[in-house]
Ligand binder design. Structure first.
Ligand code: HEC
Length: 396
């Protein structure tokens, strides 16, 4: 009994304190106060959720002032946290899909879309987006097919004719007619028409921006183009996989029966002296790294070079071959600085390969400056050919 009395007295006291001093209105210079305001109304700002934050609970709705906090949509074109990173990533080539790399998109493929969901913007997208940024690859077409059949086929039909099973009479309930994507109208339509439809949908069709990544959207579009090609009996062929091409060139080189005199009598000694003369002799042990690029006048490897170098590192590791990396310049500028630039560049390539796990003893690096041109230095095209990185298989 006693306990209950104490308890009720304590509760009364608490209620009194709360009643008298738990909250007070703001007025004049007094900002007012609340006891544990966070418990009364959450100050969490839900992203994209429109809800007024009320700093007190006794004000009537009409008196709520318009500076009360209101969550807002991100600024147009905002890229979500963690969605940039080509230059920030330690080694983007590890995290990146190879095709992303080719298209030069950020590592996870998040690319802002600047066309609104209106007819004018649809027209603008159709006029401005005229190219699929990804090359046609078999892998991409296969993935595009899977995605198309998951997301689009139920309405647009497996062949794109607008007769997916939810539309067809045999069990179909869908009320609207999906577009016939293999009709002349869509065969003639620009890439933007498809991309815009994927991003925003059209009328009853909802958008798929949140279901498909940037690359996946373009893979679906490639697949739709291949369905159109099938319809018209034209070709929509994948380009050969550049990695596979590199690997087969490398293995051809390795297995070449002609040892071409080997390293000792390679092109170096044959024409090392005749500075500036193009030699007709081709060293069968030499292969050019076609996609290795440097910043102008520097030995800084451009990120885009990593793709080929990674494949190169793979084949080097598999074959255990010893190679010499050689750097070459055109004959513009001072021969001595060309020599040192080409040396630095060859070393940069070597260091990169070592960073990819290749044994340092497997690779040497040497700069040849402008002493080994493969084309005439008197034309732009020739000079461009001459600025190059090669490797030579060192046979024993
Ligand atoms: C639930 C059914 C449905 C699904 C799933 C669907 N669509 Fe559609 N789609 C439609 C309908 C209906 C239309 C016709 C809209 C109109 O013109 O009013 C349409 C129209 C289109 C158009 C033509 C837009 C234009 O500019 O006229 C394209 C392109 C398109 N869809 C692509 C896709 C792709 C790609 C997918 C899969 C990622 C997809 N659709 C998934 C129902 C669907």
């Amino acid at each position: 009994m006693k306990n209950i009395k104490y308890l009720s007295a304590a509760f009364l006291l608490f209620a009194l304190i709360m009643g008298n001093s738990g909250c007070s209105s703001s007025s004049g210079n007094n900002p007012g106060h609340e006891y544990m305001p966070d418990m009364a109304h959450s100050i969490a700002y839900e992203a994209n959720h429109l809800q007024y934050y009320r700093p007190n609970t006794w004000e009537s709705e009409e008196n709520l002032r318009d500076f009360y906090v209101k969550p807002m949509l991100p600024v147009k074109g905002t890229i979500p946290r963690g969605y940039t990173g080509m230059s920030l990533a330690k080694d983007p080539s590890d995290a990146m899909e190879k095709s992303d790399f080719m298209a030069g998109t950020p590592m996870n493929g998040h690319v802002p879309y600047y066309y609104d969901d209106t007819e004018e913007e649809r027209t603008r997208a159709m006029a401005e987006i005229t190219e699929n940024p990804y090359p046609i690859t078999q892998k991409g077409l296969d993935k595009g097919k899977d995605l198309y059949e998951i997301y689009c086929g139920i309405c647009h039909g497996d062949k794109g004719e607008g007769d997916g099973y939810i539309v067809r009479d045999d069990g179909g309930k869908y009320p609207a007619q999906p577009a016939n994507l293999v009709s002349d109208e869509f065969i003639g339509a620009s890439e933007g028409r498809f991309y815009h439809a994927v991003m925003h949908g059209k009328n009853v069709m909802g958008g798929y921006a949140d279901k498909l990544s940037y690359e996946e959207r373009w893979e679906v579009i490639h697949y739709i183009r291949s369905l159109q090609a099938k319809k018209t009996g034209t070709a929509y062929d994948p380009i050969p996989d550049p990695d596979a091409a590199f690997k087969s060139k490398f293995s051809d080189l390795l297995s070449a029966t002609s040892h071409g005199g080997g390293h000792e009598s390679g092109h170096g000694d044959a024409h090392g002296g005749d500075h500036g003369e193009v030699s007709g002799a081709v060293n069968p042990n030499v292969m050019r790294l076609e996609n290795v690029f440097f910043a102008t006048g520097s030995s800084q490897l451009k990120a885009v070079s990593r793709r080929e170098l990674n494949v190169f590192a793979e084949v080097l590791a598999d074959s255990g071959t010893n190679v010499e990396i050689s750097g070459h310049t055109d004959n513009v500028g001072d021969a001595a600085s060309n020599m040192s630039l080409s040396q630095d560049r060859a070393v940069a390539v070597r260091n990169y390969l070592i960073s990819r796990g290749i044994n340092a003893s497997q690779i040497t690096a040497k700069g040849y400056g402008d002493s080994r041109p493969v084309a005439s230095n008197s034309t732009d095209e020739g000079r461009q050919q001459n600025r190059r990185t090669e490797f030579e298989i060192l046979r024993h």
